[in-house]
Design a protein around this ligand. Structure first.
Ligand code: 4AD
Ligand code: MG
Length: 443
């Protein structure tokens, strides 16, 4: 893209003026007595021309890629086609590279190391350097914009932001994936979801949301599971299941609209995901029981290698195959109670199933999980019992059903999965700064 906003040299007005810029050497090329440097910072790229006396001080060992530099010079317009971003170039009359700004040079330059074919694990160990690459940094810039857009969209929807704790003593999504630790000699966990805390906010704050980390000890290596992920969760009061579905598709589309309204970000998305199309509302609705039939008809087998049957978990592979074939967002609804969490409300018309929803996206599969919540005390207790959970530590949660209960529901959206879909990335690992997953907790 042509976007350029090198710090202190912003805006087209800086044409024909003297500016000072800071950045890193993205590329450099020498032509006779002229040196061309593409300077990079997080705002864009700039072509810098170093010529005359100044070029004579050029030292191949100093001006290596990734070296940081300060440049003073005059901004000039150049003809279209000169391959200079925004048709401008900076004619340097001074540059400065303090000794410790230099990047290790020569053939061993770090970008060469990163760009070279490398062991996967090595690349991951070098995340601090791969982050400087075009794709990695584009994903992070889109991520920034998307997070901002969620905040803005929730504001528009009059939904209030809260910040629940990460250190907890209750589970939300099953004991198997809890990270347990010693909390002053008591057992405690890293939170799996802020949902239960959000529910306690409804009576006084109205609809609420949060953007917090959630943690899952997922002891498997898949392209969409992290041990630490960013969870965008919301809880809405006095709603129906239908309201919940409508809200989820609405907020996602609004966020996309806001994000793509910024040409700089739209450009980044386009470069990574050229075929991206705004999803159409309403999203396709599909009941779990119909999905089971669909999978049977398409000869897609369950995890045991058998045809799918009612009550089966729809595993990641089957889910993604189905979503890829249908090739548009799907609301998969009404999962059986047995394969879902303790808090989900039963469908009044078919008590075998719950008012639950997963939103599935092509290429990724599930990116949102949500449901209506059991809002009567007895029903909730039965849910705890079914899952073999001691309700005692949940007194603060069950109390909600004693002091003014309400029909309510909510959802959690996996931020990295949303980005993997939007930016067409193969794995969620490339959609967060420093991914944590089974076996990896560095750098
Ligand atoms: O479906 P999940 O487990 O639902 C909940 O946690 C609910 N308590 C949320 C709520 O209703 N407030 O997780 C919600 C979403 C998933 O759809 C997925 O996108 C993401 O969180 N997610 C993960 N993302 C990356 N790595 C993991 N290990 C994830 N586990 C869940
Ligand atoms: Mg789920």
């Amino acid at each position: 893209g042509d976007h350029i906003k090198l710090r202190n040299a912003q805006d087209p007005e800086s044409k024909g003026t003297r500016v000072r810029v800071f950045g890193r050497v993205h590329r450099e090329r020498k032509q006779k007595d002229v040196l061309f440097v593409t300077l990079r910072d997080g705002y864009g790229f700039m072509q810098v021309v170093i010529s005359g006396q100044l070029a004579k001080t050029y030292d191949a060992l100093t001006l290596t890629r990734e070296t940081s530099m300060e440049i003073l010079g005059e901004m000039r317009e150049v003809p279209t086609g000169a391959r200079a971003p925004l048709n401008r170039e900076l004619h340097a009359d001074f540059y400065k590279i303090p000794e410790h700004w230099k990047a290790a040079g020569g053939e061993d330059a770090i970008t060469n190391r990163v760009q070279a074919e490398a062991e996967h694990a090595t690349l991951l160990d070098l995340r601090h350097l791969t982050l400087r690459g075009d794709v990695a940094s584009s994903v992070m810039l889109v991520r920034d914009a998307v997070e901002f857009a969620f905040n803005q969209a929730y504001k528009e929807f009059k939904i209030r932001k809260v910040s629940p704790p990460a250190l907890v003593q209750t589970q939300v999504e099953g004991g198997a994936t809890l990270f347990k630790f010693d909390y002053y000699k008591e057992d405690a966990f890293l939170t799996q979801s802020s949902q239960l805390y959000l529910e306690t906010c409804l009576p006084s704050m109205g609809d609420v949301y949060c953007i917090e980390k959630s943690f899952r000890a997922e002891k498997s290596l898949t392209r969409r599971h992290l041990s630490e992920f960013t969870h965008i969760e919301a809880e809405l009061d006095f709603i129906s299941f239908d309201d919940l579905l409508t809200h989820i598709e609405h907020i996602m589309c609004r966020v996309l609209e806001l994000v793509l309204a910024d040409p700089f970000i739209a450009d980044k998305v386009k470069s990574m995901n050229p075929d991206f199309k705004m999803p159409e509302r309403p999203f396709m609705r599909m009941r779990y029981s119909d999905a089971i039939e669909w999978l049977k008809e398409h000869d897609i087998l369950n995890e045991d290698g058998n045809p799918h049957a009612f009550g089966d978990d729809i595993a990641e592979a089957a889910e993604r195959k189905m979503t890829d074939i249908i090739n548009k967002p799907i609301f998969l609804t009404h999962f059986p109670a047995e394969i879902k969490a303790f808090y989900m409300l039963k469908d009044p018309e078919d008590p075998r199933v719950t008012e639950s929803v997963d939103c599935l996206m092509p290429g990724v599969g599930e990116i949102v999980g949500g449901s209506m919540r059991l809002d009567d005390y007895e029903g909730l207790m039965a849910g705890f019992q079914r899952e073999g959970i001691d309700p005692e530590p949940y007194y603060w949660y069950t109390d909600q059903r004693k002091y003014g209960s309400s029909p309510h529901g909510g959802y959690g959206l996996g931020f990295e999965r949303f980005l993997a879909w939007l930016c067409k990335q193969h794995t969620v690992r490339d959609c967060c700064l420093y991914p944590r997953y089974f076996g990896r907790c560095k750098p």
